[in-house]
Design a binder for this molecule. Structure first.
Ligand code: SF4
Length: 96
């Protein structure tokens, strides 16, 4: 059975799920209608989100032209997320 790849680091510290560059959402979704590998789970609010004992996995990825993508799931070993082009993006994205 396939394991969810982990988000091993995220430098988007203004996200509600981020503590000390670790994402504490249960899972993130990558990709949106712009077809960029954005972190679709990124959220800014005054409430702190996520569970501190959890490191996020990649629950789904909508970027089919990434070489790690298979059936709209991420098959990378793990991913890194950071700011790119002004938004939170998957830095592990590799054009097919
Ligand atoms: S991976 Fe996405 S949801 Fe998690 S902390 Fe970074 S921007 Fe927020």
């Amino acid at each position: 059975m396939m394991e969810m790849p982990k988000v091993i680091s995220c430098t988007v510290t203004n996200c509600a799920y981020n503590t000390s560059q670790v994402c504490h959402a249960m899972a993130i979704t990558v990709g949106d209608i712009s077809n960029r590998p954005k972190c679709d789970t990124f959220f800014q609010t005054s409430i702190h989100g996520g569970l501190k004992e959890v490191t996020a996995g990649v629950g789904a990825c909508k970027i089919s032209d990434c070489s790690f993508n298979k059936e709209l799931e991420c098959n990378a070993q793990n991913i890194k997320v950071g700011m790119q082009s002004g938004t939170a993006e998957c830095l592990t994205f590799k054009q097919r």
